[in-house]
Design a protein around this ligand. Structure first.
Ligand code: ADP
Ligand code: MG
Length: 317
């Protein structure tokens, strides 16, 4: 269990970056940390790894307290690995050697076997003998992941781990990586701005806003019942519309949050919007329209002409 109790931290006096954060993460769970840029995601990961000293509060992994540099000459913890937003590889060393950095030379065969396994997982086998500095950003990111996993950590902390990796590879890599981590019961915490990381691969999600933890919940619950617009919008476009437009929904609030895929065109609805733009998304169009001067997003199988007036209704789920 990773336990964070009332943790507060600031880089500069009088400007708190993280405020009274508490949460617990059971061993083997995958958790994503989401929130707008600058809300403190990277800082939180660094604190979990002991790279800074807390101003208040405590962090524990199992029975061991995670302490910062004031108490620890060498930062970091044996049972944890942290992959920063700027992955640090040895530029003049090959991919294979980088991955093997933390592996013992006493067992050369096992070492080669392990490097080979990890190269396959991150789909970098063909680059084993290439020097790290010659790789693209995305390739370096994949090598940094493999390096962090070489000596299986108990906890893996990843900061925007797929940000440089193209979509085509990203999905395969995520599937490989997260199923491996589950199999080995490795606890994984990912700071991310990619909703797929949270929705498809995290058991639960922590939401930060201006240094405060405002939600921790099952990722699916958080998406399906977002407590507010800030949280919903971290998962993509969302509409905040007057509840009176949807008399069929039993709402206790004045406005309700509706995702674009929850709206559909209706010939009979009195809720009429004017189309501004249609964006082709492959399987559908995302249509941007206006209602009483405010933007409304909905999905449509067909692109719609600019200026068309169309009725919308909510899809009952
Ligand atoms: P995120 O990863 O969510 O984008 P960060 O944790 O990087 O957010 O940053 C949180 C806040 O702390 C921001 O306001 C940022 O400017 C500030 N910050 C980050 N690193 C430092 C630093 N080394 N010194 C001073 N302020 C910092
Ligand atoms: Mg960051």
């Amino acid at each position: 269990m990773l336990k964070v109790q009332n943790a507060s931290f600031s880089y500069l006096e009088n400007t708190p970056v993280l405020k009274d954060i508490s949460f617990e993460i059971p061993q083997g769970t995958h958790v994503s940390i989401i929130g707008e840029s600058g809300c403190g995601k990277s800082t939180l990961l660094k604190l979990l790894y002991g790279l800074h000293d807390l101003n208040a509060g405590e962090i524990f992994w199992k029975d061991e307290q995670i302490l910062g540099p004031a108490y620890h000459l060498v930062p970091g913890f044996e049972h944890m690995k942290y992959v920063a937003q700027d992955f640090d590889l040895m530029p003049y060393t090959t991919v294979a050697e980088n991955i093997g950095t933390y592996l013992s030379n006493f067992y050369p065969e096992e070492k080669q076997q392990r490097i080979h396994e990890l190269l396959e997982m991150v789909e970098m086998t063909a680059f084993a003998d290439v020097k790290a500095k010659l790789l693209s950003g995305g390739q370096q990111q994949r090598v940094a992941l493999a390096k962090a996993l070489a000596r299986e950590p108990e906890v893996l902390l990843l900061d925007e781990p797929f940000s440089h990796i193209d979509n085509f590879r990203k999905n395969a890599l995520r599937r490989n990586l997260f199923s491996y981590l589950k199999k080995e019961n490795i606890t994984c915490i990912v700071a991310t701005h990619d909703r797929t990381d949270a929705l498809s691969f995290a058991d639960s999600t922590i939401v930060l806003q201006q240094g405060k933890l405002i939600a921790q919940n099952d990722s699916k619950d958080l998406y399906q019942n977002p407590p507010n617009k800030y949280i919903a919008s971290l998962f993509g476009e969302v509409n905040e519309l007057p509840a009176r437009l949807f008399p069929e929904i039993d709402a206790s609030t004045e406005t309700i949050l509706i995702y674009p895929h929850q709206l559909k065109i209706s010939g009979t609805s009195d809720f009429k919007v004017t189309v501004q733009q249609s964006y082709f998304k492959g399987s559908h169009y995302l249509v941007l329209a206006k209602y009483e001067g405010k933007l409304v997003f909905f999905e449509s199988l067909e692109g719609l002409e600019v200026g068309v007036l169309t009725g919308l209704e909510v899809i009952k789920t």
